[in-house]
Design a protein around this ligand. Structure first.
Ligand SMILES: C[S@@+](CC[C@H](N)C(=O)[O-])C[C@H]1O[C@@H](n2cnc3c(N)ncnc32)[C@H](O)[C@@H]1O
Length: 226
């Protein structure tokens, strides 16, 4: 979302995942050194397995960022917990090592004035809440709470989050999957059903229904209000 939206005067991006945040920080502050890490790499299952077997704690921040980017871009559906090497008989690998510098340079420019945080969501909501703040929240889906690591986000967090969102001075947009549980927990807010296509299902078969999501807000979006 951040990489698609126009810049705002003050921007903060947060995630509890230390690998992801290290990647953002290295793209922002150490781009040439990070790009250099990919110079002698191959997109291959052996390389993928070697990275998977390397504990992140044994690496420098720049090595850690390169490992995470490699694994994320070459795993099936960019799934982090239990990632597997993704291949397709009908398309080239998603990770194009010849375009790394180009891809990461765009992110480097975009992140130049963005504050990067590595905190639990509740801290960020507390710390940055102002009447002028707009929070965009993209938590794990209902039913997929453990997809990004066990214990980081649980079913109970949806209820805690709803309680905290109700106290905000600022505005928020929360995207989730459209399930009865989500509609029940966030019933105090405005809920709009939308359809989307996940990149993982880019090759969606004819007749397969697009994914149903909800956008939950505490305000009426301008285009709807007009
Ligand atoms: C659906 S993903 C969204 C990722 C990001 N918006 C993106 O598009 O790359 C959910 C994210 O929530 C993060 N997360 C899980 N529990 C969290 C928590 N308690 N506080 C902050 N972030 C959390 C995960 O690490 C994961 O990256």
């Amino acid at each position: 979302m951040l990489f698609k939206k126009p810049e705002s005067k003050v921007e903060v991006i947060n995630d509890i995942n230390r690998d992801l945040v290290t990647l953002y920080r290295c793209v922002k502050h150490h781009l040439p050194a990070l790009v250099d890490q990919f110079r002698w790499m191959l997109v291959a299952r052996d390389e993928f397995d070697r990275f998977m077997a390397t504990p992140a704690e044994t690496l420098t921040d720049i090595q850690r960022a390169a490992r995470f980017y490699y694994l994320l871009r070459s795993s099936f559906g960019a799934k982090w917990a239990g990632a597997t090497f993704g291949t397709a008989a009908s398309a080239p690998p998603r990770l194009n090592l010849l375009r790394i510098e180009e891809d990461l340079s765009a992110a480097h420019l975009r992140l130049a004035r963005v504050l990067i945080e590595n905190r639990p969501y509740a801290d960020i909501l507390r710390r940055f809440d102002r009447s002028t703040t707009l929070f965009y929240l993209d938590p794990p889906y209902w039913g997929c709470e453990a997809d990004y690591g066990r214990g980081l986000f649980t079913r109970e967090d949806f209820t805690l989050l709803a309680g905290q969102l109700a106290t905000l001075k600022g505005r928020f947009v929360l995207s989730l999957n459209d399930t009865p549980g989500v509609r029940e927990v966030f019933r105090a807010f405005r809920i709009e059903a939308v359809t989307t296509r996940y990149s993982i299902s880019a090759g969606r078969k004819a007749g397969e229904a697009p994914a149903k999501e909800v956008l939950i807000t505490n305000f009426e979006p301008a285009s709807k209000a007009a």
